[in-house]
Design a protein around this ligand. Sequence first.
Ligand SMILES: [Zn+2]
Length: 480
Amino acid sequence: MPNLSSEKLEIARIIESKQEMCWKISDAIWSYAELGLEEYRSSKLLADTLEGAGFTVDRGVAGMPTAFVATFSHGTGGPVIGFLAEYDALPMLSQKAGHVKHNPVVPGAPGHGCGHNTMAAMQLLAVISLQQVMLKEGLNGTLKFFGSPAEEMLVSRPYMVRAGLFKDVEAVIDCHAWDEFSVAYGMEGAGLYSFVVHFKGQTAHSGSTPWKGRSATDAVELMHAGTERMREHLPVTHRIHWITLEGGEAPNVVPDRASTWYFIRDLDENLEGNYRWVMDCAKGAALMTQTTWDVKFLTAIHQRFGNKALAELIYENIKAIGKPKYTEQEEAFAKEMQEQNGYPVKGLEYEMKLGSPESRPFRAGSSDVGDVTLIAPTATIRYPAKVPGSPSHHWTVTSSARTSFAHKGITAGAKVAVFTAYDLMTRPELLTKIRAEFETLKKERPYRSFLPEDASPPIGWNTELMEKYRNKMEPFYLEP
Ligand SMILES: [Zn+2]
């Protein structure tokens, strides 16, 4: 790291002295592979570790048992810097670490196919290192570690924002496991509504007295048919997809209950209109089938608007740190993974870049970080922890998320986070610039939650699925 000041070189040494502990925590969370809102072990491990380090931990925040905020304050307590950490896994992506062919630890079980285990560890390493730096150098500031469950369901952040947890935060450093070392600013991704429509009808014998029944499943099918016809007339940026959650249990009983789970995605300004039209499809379907209906929201989130000044600062630190040095074995693992799975064989070659809205195509993925970007200036450090070419939400990511190569990504990402926060604490003019840019965004897009007032986090959504696998996974749990 030839581009670093002597202070930052010393800080890097502090980070390296704590990395091993955080790598182990990353691996343990990888082995728990807990689904959204079921991250009891993962969140406890993180919260306990932070509490042990002297952070004040508020558990079960915003109505979610696995959400928490850990705070450390020093001196005057300002600036207040937030760190977003995720730790939920994905269904069906169980995979043995470091294997280049599909080989689950427990077939069918969840796995860390988005690398969120490394993200929790990266932010943990960042804040405990910063805490030591602040104490040592007598720096003023407050660190807030936001333990954010269920990112894969896009659930926690809008509820955490609604609970006022980000109220005093002046800048937010977010992160994601990636196949490059980068940061981006400006509008990204799509806003999203996630909700379930339930229809209620009347059971009857489908053979002898079908006229006495009213089919809720018919209503679901008609609603889908209606929504399908909307597509032609929606903005090209829209995405609408659904799954039938419940659609009857036997053909000889007219189903009196059926439900469908929708994701509606689009630019923020189009979402409400699209949603109202989908509701018309639900109404129409109920009318046609003489059933009744209601809707329950799981979540509703905004697009992301990354802060440019903060992203530029992060990018300076990415360049100063540079890529981690990889061993021959790590390079060989990446190449083998690429070769076996049909990705371009280039080993651990990846870009270090500052992305802008002009430099990337519109992608309609979503993240609940969006709401945070509208509440405080935010940027996301994308650090290398996936083999280049391997797609997100895939077992190949589970495989690499517990390797020495991912560990190096954790440390590299943590260094960027720590150096960036250190810069904000020691060079107030940087924060002034970041805040000024944010004030402009706030005027353009004043924050209003998309959540209906009566929405609440869908606690228990994944309980049954998690219970199905927890016992089988337990023998493979790793000690932190
Ligand atoms: Zn993710």
